[in-house]
Design a protein around this ligand. Structure first.
Ligand code: GLN
Length: 488
């Protein structure tokens, strides 16, 4: 049962020498063998390497050497973060054989912290999607009900954590890809402030929106992992050179006088009533602890999705131009260079990726640039200004994370319905703000997520509120009943 421990519980046992990293790693690998056929969270598992790494860390600890703050903790990375010598597919056919010659900065930081990499997790191809159904390989299943999706695009990482296949995992969030799967799977998922965590070595989707963050079993673990990955990186020109506090210092349970803004636009039509109820109950808990809540308005919220679906595809069309069959991955056979480019890209990319490349190329074309891309940038500024104004008065903004709970795989036929899933998460990406999703109960047997959005670089305050809620929510820490068809 070692795999069920949180990161902080496991660290405690490691410090007391009650358990070794090798035992933790064996427990995680045994769990992967037992349930991953059902969950399908992992693209790649590197069991032998993980066990060897764990043994090295155990020996160092035994010798009294100083080890990093996460030393010996087994974890997983979304398969769009580069890992030297370990295949990194981005869940795309075009990168089916890509073995990065370098580590992403987060990979290096976690190695330095002593975390043990178990493997790489499934995602929607190039992180485009909300269900992992766009993976070119397979769909990950929601451990609470394996007929349902785990959310996306970081569905593999979210599912791995709630299924106890990894003690924590990293994901990336461009429009909600950490928070929405965290909500669907009932784990904690944070998108830090844009620039807080380095994007060096993260395979780019939309560079002005992408941000890496943790999936964890509880709020304390989220703070612990953030401590190890938040750092200025000269290798990423958009990485912010700001102080990194000890995020665990915010976990004091005190929300007295904290001002919470509750935007009415996030409780409008289209948000399931069971989701609204669970989120409102969570707000009542925070108010009972001394926080002050008020309804507010963020009037440009409705423009979030249209603006995102101009800016993100525009940036993607540019970022994905590099996959030409020459530099990386898959190359199609052809008689001449031009045909090789065309065949490589038409065979290597999936439907959704091609759709986004076409949308983005169109929005950036000379005749339409002003009407679409430039207009979208202007409206992005208005969305950011809504938040700036709200944060003059409020410390955090509280909303649902997603409009619904997890849906059944293969049932969302309308593309717009899929896109609308990110209605509550996209605005924080457009404004560059930190936001966390934490579990706030269940609708039937599926988890509901609560989102807390903070001021730029004020991850501490949203962690403080999240922790206070978690400690007082009265929600029991349930686990999905895997191994019997996924039913809880
Ligand atoms: N679901 C959104 C999309 O399809 C967001 C994805 C993400 O955050 N990477 O683009």
């Amino acid at each position: 049962m070692l795999e069920k421990l949180t990161v902080s519980e496991a660290l405690d046992k490691l410090h007391k020498k009650e358990v070794s990293s090798r035992e933790l790693t064996e427990a995680a690998l045994a769990r992967i063998s037992a349930v991953d056929q059902e969950v399908k969270a992992f693209m790649t598992v590197i069991g032998d390497q993980a066990l060897a790494e764990a043994a090295t860390l155990d020996a160092r600890r035994l010798n009294g050497e100083t080890v990093g703050p996460l030393a010996g903790i087994p974890m997983a990375l979304k398969d769009n973060m580069c890992t030297k010598g370990i295949r990194t597919t981005c869940s795309s056919k075009i990168l089916h054989n890509f073995i990065p010659p370098y580590d992403a900065t987060v990979t290096t930081l976690l190695k330095n912290a002593g975390a043990v990499l178990l493997g790489k997790t499934n995602l929607d191809e190039f992180a485009m999607g909300s269900s992992t159904e766009n993976s070119a390989y397979f769909t990950t299943r929601n451990p609470w009900d394996t007929r349902c999706v785990p959310g996306g695009s970081s569905g593999g990482s979210a599912a791995a954590v709630i299924a106890d296949e990894a003690f924590f995992a990293l994901g990336s969030d461009t429009g909600g890809s950490i928070r929405q799967p965290a909500a669907f799977c009932g784990v904690v998922g944070m998108k830090p402030t844009y620039g807080r965590v380095s994007r060096y070595g993260l395979i780019a989707f939309a560079s002005s929106l992408d941000q890496i963050g943790p999936f964890t079993k509880d709020v304390r673990d989220c703070a612990l992992v953030l401590n190890s990955i938040a750092a200025h990186d000269p290798g990423d020109s958009t990485s912010a050179n700001v102080e990194t506090p000890d995020y665990t210092s915010f976990l004091n349970g005190n929300v007295k006088g904290m001002k919470i803004g509750v935007p009415r636009e996030y409780f409008a039509e289209g948000i399931e009533s069971e989701v609204k109820d669970a989120v409102r109950k969570a707000l009542d808990v925070l108010v009972s602890l001394g926080a002050e809540a008020e309804e507010i308005s963020l009037p440009h919220t409705d423009y979030g999705i249209p603006v995102y679906y101009l800016i993100a595809p525009a940036e993607a069309s540019s970022n994905l131009a590099r996959y030409d069959g020459v530099q990386y991955g898959f190359r199609a056979e052809a008689d001449n260079l031009l045909d090789m480019y065309k065949k490589t890209r038409s065979q290597g990319f999936g439907t959704e990726v091609k759709r986004r490349i076409m949308l983005g190329t169109y929005a950036l074309s000379s005749g339409y640039y002003d009407a679409y891309y430039l207009k979208a940038l202007k409206v992005r500024t208005l969305i950011k200004q809504d938040f700036d104004q709200a944060f003059e008065k409020y410390d955090v903004i509280l909303t649902p994370t997603a409009p619904t709970v997890a849906f059944q795989a293969g049932t969302v036929e309308n593309l717009l319905t899929m896109y609308l899933n990110d209605i509550c998460t996209i605005p924080a990406n457009l404004a560059g703000l930190p936001a966390v999703s934490i579990p706030c109960g269940f609708a039937g047997k599926l988890p509901v997520g609560l989102q807390l959005i903070g001021k730029p670089f004020d991850e501490g305050t949203i962690l403080r509120a999240a922790y206070a809620y978690e400690q007082n929510s009265g929600i029991e820490r349930k686990k999905p009943g895997l191994g019997k068809g996924g039913a809880a």
